[in-house]
Write a protein that binds this ligand. Structure first.
Ligand code: UDX
Length: 447
């Protein structure tokens, strides 16, 4: 008999995981406590923009013509408890308001809502990013509150997907990490992943704390790489070097690697910033805060880049006040191929200039609705060329392909001044310079 799978929480992680499990041939039941989300998913729509996800949903959501019907959704915990052999907990752990620590309330409430409905053997698999020690605590709770007692077991299986590549990363992960306490739990997880997902993929079996830490350690390392290259950009700015060349050269060393060395306005989004902060907070609680003081510096280098972009813009406008200056901002999301503006460096820079009196007009291929909601007082345009019309300076702050494919000559016709500042080091400097633009990028010499 094939395993039946439930997925609790249908945000980024959960919606993708549910669709991917159905793609692998499992019968899947997804649960969310927000009925509107369930209604959307049942229509084959996602609350966020993620390439390929709606197609995958429609391929499997029951009720679609030609769909496999393997994927259904509900808001009913009893139905979930009765249906699943394996329950994946995919809820969010945002930064707590006014604190660095992670907000565990969604995870805690998922486990406490599910537990009373586990009457027979079941494996509850946490995928959320949680502070080390959470799984130990949740396992005790589960054993005490599930009618099945010790037969309702916990495992921890962190997820490493990136926004914009969520489907691809879920179906083709770099590794699978299984935090387990029994052979049975390991066997069940291996069975779930004994599908194309698991073929040739390293399967790392570990205890709970290590599984939890793998995720926060990986994100801390990635954040460190970005802030490292941004620190080098600062030194290049002071000493006249070219950070893009420097990154290229050090990246040829296999031990360093070329990825995640793109200097610019730094990292944002719903994961890296909050994860390194929650990690520091948890280390503090454990009395190991000294081990992670370097992450404070990583955070501070990262946040500084935004202010430096604002100052670079001021300088490009001749110094002084932004009052009366027209600034076009290309990009609002924290990264391309996503509509996510959470902790977006692009929107932060746009907002700072606006709050200092600049007339800011933003355009983003997918993030306009979210940006308008978060920052309604900024100006918004329907296209890049509309945003650039009459601008004294253009800021490239999210590296969408659409922006790399812009025609600098045509844009030069509508801009008030041909000055572009590349906050992502992603445009071709020569292309813009040939069209008469002054092109400047962070950490690179002005040609
Ligand atoms: C990240 C991790 O990559 C993923 O494994 C984890 O599961 C969740 O967090 P994500 O938040 O989707 O994924 O974005 P990511 O692609 O890691 O980029 C994060 C930020 O870093 C973006 O704002 C991006 O623009 C920035 N970045 C990335 C750089 O500034 N320079 C780089 O070289 C790479």
């Amino acid at each position: 008999m094939s395993l039946k799978i439930t997925v609790i929480g249908t945000g980024y992680l959960g919606a993708t995981h549910a669709a991917a499990m159905a793609e692998l041939g499992f019968e899947v039941l997804g649960l969310d406590v927000v009925p509107e989300k369930i209604a959307m998913l049942e229509r084959g729509e996602t609350p966020m923009y993620e390439p390929g996800l709606e197609e995958l949903l429609r391929k499997h959501v029951a009720g679609f013509e030609g769909s496999t019907g393997r994927l259904r959704f509900t808001t009913d915990w009893a139905e979930v408890g009765a249906f699943g052999d394996v329950h994946f907990v995919c809820v969010n752990t945002p930064q707590r308001h006014g604190e660095y620590a992670a907000d565990m309330s969604y995870v805690d409430s998922a486990i406490s809502s599910l537990a009373p409905h586990l009457h027979g053997p079941a494996l509850v698999v946490g995928k959320s990013t949680v502070p080390v020690g959470s799984a130990d605590r949740l396992a005790v709770y589960l054993a005490e509150h599930a009618p099945a007692g010790g037969d309702a077991e916990l495992a921890w299986n962190p997820e490493f997907l990136r926004e914009g590549f969520a489907v691809q990363d879920t179906l083709h992960p770099d590794r699978i990490v299984a935090g387990v306490r029994s052979e049975r739990a390991e066997k069940l997880l291996r069975e779930v992943y004994a599908t194309p997902i698991g073929e040739g993929t390293p399967f790392v079996v570990t205890d709970f704390p290590t599984a939890e830490l793998v995720k926060t350690a990986a994100n801390s390392f990635l954040a460190t790489k970005i802030s490292f290259i941004n620190a080098m950009a600062e030194v290049c700015e002071a000493g006249g070097g070219d950070v893009a060349k420097l990154a290229e050269a050090i990246g040829h060393d296999d031990r360093i690697g070329a990825k995640f060395l793109r200097a610019g306005i730094g990292f944002g989004g719903g994961c890296l910033p909050k994860d390194i902060r929650a990690f520091m907070a948890r280390a503090g609680e454990l009395g190991a805060d000294q081990a992670l003081t370097f992450l404070r510096e990583i955070d501070s280098i990262n946040m500084r880049r935004r202010g430096q972009m604002v100052e670079m813009t001021r300088e490009a406008l001749g110094g002084g006040s932004f009052l009366g200056k027209r600034v076009a901002v290309l990009g609002a999301t924290f990264k391309p191929d996503s509509d996510d503006v959470r902790d977006s460096p692009a929107l932060n820079v746009a907002g700072q200039i606006h709050l200092q009196g600049g007339q800011v007009t933003v355009y983003d291929p997918k993030g306009m609705d979210n940006a308008r909601r978060v920052f309604p007082t900024l100006g918004y345009a329907d296209s890049a060329s509309q945003a650039v019309r009459g601008a004294d300076v253009v800021l490239h702050l999210t590296e969408w392909r659409e922006f790399r494919e812009l025609d600098p000559a045509a844009l030069g016709e509508v801009a008030a001044a041909r000055v572009i500042l590349d906050g992502r080091n992603a445009l071709d400097p020569e292309l813009w310079r040939r069209a008469g633009w002054t092109y400047r990028a962070m950490g690179r010499p002005t040609a």
